[in-house]
Design a protein around this ligand. Structure first.
Ligand code: PLP
Length: 403
């Protein structure tokens, strides 16, 4: 018997779900009263953890005054204007503006449309190809499904969108060959600073600067998909800062509001803005009902305030170092096959006889939420996770290693 709620990324026949009812800090509870350390920030988004009064109060205040009003011409609202200015000031993007969406998938599809629109308006309509890396995850709208590098997610939906090319994720040489052959057809390259859902895969040394050079040399845009890495996960406002590169477009979502309410967006840099703004009568005919949703933008502003006041960027690096060292020790003990990560997002590679979903189930029974990936387990705790909770995560991962 299945439930009426058709769950995302779940078997439609499944009916036994863990019902989460409450959260505080890095802890969550299910409806039986079982406590868990949420070592996944829900789905990589709850960077501030649960129950932050400042965020809840900002949401209540804005919803009480004006919960939302649309931002299609001729309207705007204060929280959206202010948040755009604030994010543009934080982003490592020249002369940035910010377009708001409701999710990461909408941000990705919008970025794909914006890069193509900019090239078209600049007189280069042949630039349509969006290049992505294998193991990249870019959401589940049609553009993001076409762009992502996880074949299991691409199969079974009929034809995907044309003009998407995937290259081996860790091979800058393959990217370079593609640019040499088709550089004048490439609109943009999209990549996560650290690939998340595809396995928590940090880039090879020098990968991002080399990618930036290729895009510059061939007139293509560079899109950093920061839906997981943005807002402190790698110890910086945007993950790409860690690699010293300035992209043309940044997609963000998740931790911008820590999930208190949904919000996403695209930071749009000079190379894309220029053509969009060149003709005064050009209308950007894309956007969402909730682009610039006032309550979501007010929640985001409160989340940025908390990130600053609690020093969470620095805490992210410190906590990440503790978690990384703890997980590395499990590998040294032979419990897992390998460890990788950056900042405060890590993965353990599993041995062949350790199905990740089974390890996850044992960890869950031990009171810690981790996430099974292909051949690996992900760890992405809230930035507010205490040292004692990090140690509990590591101890539980040790106990869950074997049946
Ligand atoms: N891009 C990246 C890098 C993501 O990790 C995700 C979601 O996990 C998305 C895009 C899609 O975001 P959403 O699920 O909010 O649509």
């Amino acid at each position: 018997m299945s439930t009426t709620f058709l769950h995302p990324f779940s078997a439609p026949t499944k009916d036994d779900f863990v019902r989460i009812v409450r959260g505080e800090g890095a802890l969550i509870w299910d409806d039986r009263g079982t406590e868990y350390v949420d070592a996944m920030s829900a789905l990589w988004f709850a960077n501030l953890g649960y129950g932050r009064r400042e965020v809840v109060e900002a949401i209540a205040a804005q919803a009480g005054q004006l919960h939302a009003y649309h931002c299609f011409d001729p309207f705007t609202n204060g929280p959206a204007d202010d948040l755009a200015a604030r994010i543009a000031g934080l982003a490592p993007v020249d002369d940035a503006r910010v377009f708001f969406t409701g999710s990461g998938s909408e941000a990705v599809d919008t970025a794909i449309k914006l890069t193509r629109a900019a090239h078209q308006l600049a007189g280069q309509p042949h630039r349509q190809i969006v290049v992505s890396r294998s193991s990249g995850y870019h959401g589940t709208n049609l553009g993001g499904t076409s762009a992502q590098g996880i074949p299991l997610n691409q199969a079974g939906w009929g034809d995907l969108a044309p003009h998407f090319v995937s290259v081996p994720g860790d091979d800058i040489e393959a990217m370079s060959v593609l640019f040499a052959e088709r550089g004048d057809e490439i609109a943009a390259v999209i990549s996560e600073p650290v690939q998340g859902a595809g396995g928590v895969l940090p880039p090879p040394d020098g990968y991002w600067p080399a990618l930036r050079r290729l895009c510059d040399d061939h007139g293509a845009h560079l899109i950093a998909d920061e839906v997981i890495c943005g807002f402190g996960r790698l110890g910086t406002w945007f993950g790409i800062e860690r690699y010293g590169v300035r992209p043309d477009l940044i997609t963000f979502a998740k931790a911008v509001t820590s999930g208190y309410v949904p919000l996403g967006g695209v930071v749009v840099g000079a190379a894309v803005r220029g053509p969009l703004e060149a003709a005064p009568d050009h209308v950007l005919r894309t956007g969402y009902t909730y682009s610039g949703h006032a309550t979501a933008c007010a929640a985001a502003a409160a989340c940025l305030d908390v990130t600053e006041s609690d020093g969470l960027l620095a805490r992210s690096d410190e906590a990440g170092a503790r978690l990384g060292a703890g997980l590395a020790a499990l590998v040294e003990d032979g419990l897992y096959a390998g460890v990788r990560g950056e900042g405060f997002v890590w993965a353990l590679a599993t041995h062949d006889d350790q199905p990740p979903a089974e390890v996850r189930n044992r960890a869950l029974a031990g009171g810690v939420v981790i996430r099974p990936l292909v051949g690996a387990l992900a760890f992405c705790p809230p930035l507010v996770t205490t040292d004692a909770q990090i140690d509990r995560i590591v101890d539980t991962a040790a106990a869950a290693a074997r049946a």
